[in-house]
Design a protein around this ligand. Structure first.
Ligand SMILES: NC(=O)C1=CN([C@@H]2O[C@H](COP(=O)(O)OP(=O)(O)OC[C@H]3O[C@@H](n4cnc5c(N)ncnc54)[C@H](OP(=O)(O)O)[C@@H]3O)[C@@H](O)[C@H]2O)C=CC1
Ligand SMILES: O=C(CO)COP(=O)(O)O
Length: 323
């Protein structure tokens, strides 16, 4: 199986190393900036996005989009808001039998679609899967043990992708539940901003734990309303990724929240949760699901309330039975 990776960011670079190791085949890493891709090819390191980590010898960095054409499996590893246009751009170049895997985590702002729904709309007739789960690009690229969810309605596709990405340290677990895998990844990014803000305000580890647990409750409420399976929501791509992202300063979303909580300027790298939060809250409203923590993040990032007022509002919510 030959894999191509579209998106020369941190995660795309880490996954290209994984695919080259797992398949023993040349793996194209396709970025959009020719000068930067030439630099990566020469230095054998993606200094801007994944510094100090050598590319696997089988990785072929390029800006030539046609490098996707002989791939059996195409990983799309770009920000969620660009996924649809990237699909349109690559559709005429991909082999019609290729399996396309979205590795993005978010909700599309205009349509409120999750990444796998974007693939379904934008790449009709092609085979689809989604990869999600607790996995910092740096950890994966360093060969640290990582387990993720690989979900597809197409069992054969899921097996082929799993086999083409499994290494001694990277373990994809198969699932049929694309809705659950996608929703977990999208919601945890938003909830990590909230956890970071609570930590940044110095409210203590107990408060952060409460935020994570109540955050999981709202992730699960929306997931169940969308038809996700409880075991997916409590698994790697749901609770697993929520725990990772709400507990580490390696997370761009948690770091954004931390800066907001401390009253510091937000880090300049855009976290996916910031681009997703309004759409996530709108999606929840469509399903009449209450997501107070996500709504508070939306209000803070939208400049409608301060972090202090948002936390105070959350604490002032009427007490009720835990659900
Ligand atoms: N980083 C991580 O640890 C993980 C990230 N993810 C998810 O993977 C996705 C990508 O994240 P990550 O790699 O970290 O992000 P980065 O910001 O590091 O990279 C994003 C890549 O997408 C490219 N890109 C941006 N806009 C466009 C566009 N309009 N058309 C084509 N390409 C574009 C960028 O190109 P350019 O370099 O030219 O700007 C860059 O190569 C996100 O959804 C994230 O949530 C999932 C798991 C782990
Ligand atoms: O998705 C991730 C880990 O699973 C990466 O999280 P951040 O985008 O917050 O860095």
């Amino acid at each position: 199986m030959r894999v191509a990776v579209v998106g020369g960011g941190a995660w795309g670079t880490a996954l290209s190393n994984v695919a080259a190791e797992a398949t023993g085949e040349q793996t194209a890493l396709i970025g959009r900036d020719p000068a930067r891709m030439a630099e990566i090819a020469k230095a054998r390191v993606n200094a801007a996005r994944l510094p100090d980590i050598a590319l696997h010898q089988g990785v072929h960095p390029t800006a030539d989009r046609t490098a996707v054409s002989d791939a059996d499996i195409v990983l799309l590893v770009v920000p969620t808001q660009t996924l649809r246009s990237v699909c349109a751009e690559f559709l005429p170049l991909m082999s019609p039998g290729a399996i396309v895997v979205t590795c993005c985590k978010g909700v599309e702002q205009v349509t409120l679609a999750l990444p796998h729904e974007v693939l379904r709309d934008a790449l009709p007739g092609m085979r689809h899967a989604i990869l999600s789960g607790p996995s910092f690009a740096e950890d994966v690229a360093l060969g640290l043990p990582t387990a993720v969810t690989l979900a597809s309605h197409d069992e054969d596709a899921a097996i082929l992708v799993t086999e083409s990405l499994a290494t001694r340290s990277f373990r994809p677990y198969r699932s049929h539940d694309m809705d659950g895998a996608a929703l977990g990844g999208a919601a945890k990014n938003v909830l990590a901003i909230a956890a970071g803000a609570v930590a940044g305000r110095g409210l203590g580890a107990s408060a952060v734990a409460a935020m994570v647990a109540r955050g999981f409750a709202e992730l699960a409420r929306l997931g169940l309303a969308l038809g996700a399976k409880p075991e997916t929501l409590a698994g790697l791509s749901g609770l697993g990724d929520l725990v990772l992202t709400t507990s580490s300063t390696k997370s761009r979303n948690f770091s954004l929240g931390l800066a907001l909580g401390r009253g510091e300027p937000p880090p300049n790298k855009l976290a996916e949760g910031a681009a997703t939060v309004e759409a996530l809250v709108a999606l929840a409203a469509q399903h009449e699901i209450d997501m107070p923590i996500s709504a508070a993040v939306a209000d803070v990032l939208g400049g409608r309330v301060s972090v202090g007022a948002a936390v105070a509002n959350l604490l002032a919510r009427p007490l009720r039975a835990e659900v």
